[in-house]
Design a protein around this ligand. Structure first.
Ligand SMILES: [Zn+2]
Ligand SMILES: [Zn+2]
Length: 233
């Protein structure tokens, strides 16, 4: 058997996310120490719990949004951890992990923070991005809208999220993915380097770029879902 490749698909930095407690550098070091081979930074975009002030010019907002990722990537190169870019785009509490976009795309699309959900999903997927519906059945105080589902507009479903407060939210997500034949992702949704939850995915292939990850998920390569430490359940 080839070497296993462990990747975190969902995590936040304090540069990008108001609810996160650790910088990109701290997150990179913590994940390297915990044995990950790669991490995907997915800070909350501007419709979610962003740390970026709204009243700055778009270019400055994007620079700040990408700062956690860029710092993690810099540290990752030093310590031998692959660091990939992603975003967690949100509209009124419905969130989508989006893989395969880059800073140039964000800079070129200042209108994207005002897109409604179908418009966002249609446009970014047309641009080549791959989308997993993040924790689709989560219930929490900060989520004031009922869950909404867009199975025909997404590629995958996050079937395990260590940040969900109840196991049933993950069970429902798995059933949803299976019902619609959607691909599956799993992640820790980490916000704090001192609280490593141990989630993610473990593959049998090396990954050099985000496109290797996307291909692996899209083609349903065999992988282990890492459930990590349980939060409340
Ligand atoms: Zn958050
Ligand atoms: Zn998240």
């Amino acid at each position: 058997m080839d070497k296993l490749f462990t990747i975190e698909t969902h995590l936040h930095t304090s540069q990008g996310s108001a609810c996160a407690h650790s910088t990109g550098a701290e997150m990179a070091r913590a994940h390297k120490a915990a044995g990950y081979d790669a991490i995907i930074l997915t800070d909350h975009f501007f419709g979610g719990n962003t740390a970026v002030p709204r009243d700055l010019p778009w270019e400055e907002r994007i620079e700040r949004y990408c700062a956690g990722y860029e710092e993690a990537r810099f540290v990752g190169e030093e310590i031998g951890l692959k660091v990939f870019f992603g975003i967690e785009w949100a509209w009124k509490g419905t969130e989508f992990l989006t893989y395969g976009l880059d800073k140039a795309y964000l800079l070129a699309h200042p209108e994207m923070e005002d897109w409604d959900i179908p418009t966002y999903l249609t446009n970014v997927r047309a641009a080549g991005a791959y989308v997993s519906h993040a924790h689709p059945f989560r219930q929490a105080d900060y989520l004031t809208h009922a869950p909404r589902f867009f199975p025909e507009y997404v590629d995958a479903v996050e079937v395990w999220n260590c940040g969900n407060a109840k196991a049933e939210y993950n069970d429902q997500a798995l059933s949803y993915a299976e019902k619609y034949g959607l691909a599956q992702t799993a992640g820790s949704d980490g916000h704090d380097a001192r609280e490593m939850r141990g989630g993610g995915m473990r593959f049998y292939t090396e990954m050099e770029t985000i496109w290797d990850f996307i291909r692996a998920v899209r083609t349903r390569q065999p992988c282990e879902i890492l459930r990590g430490k349980k939060k409340e359940f």
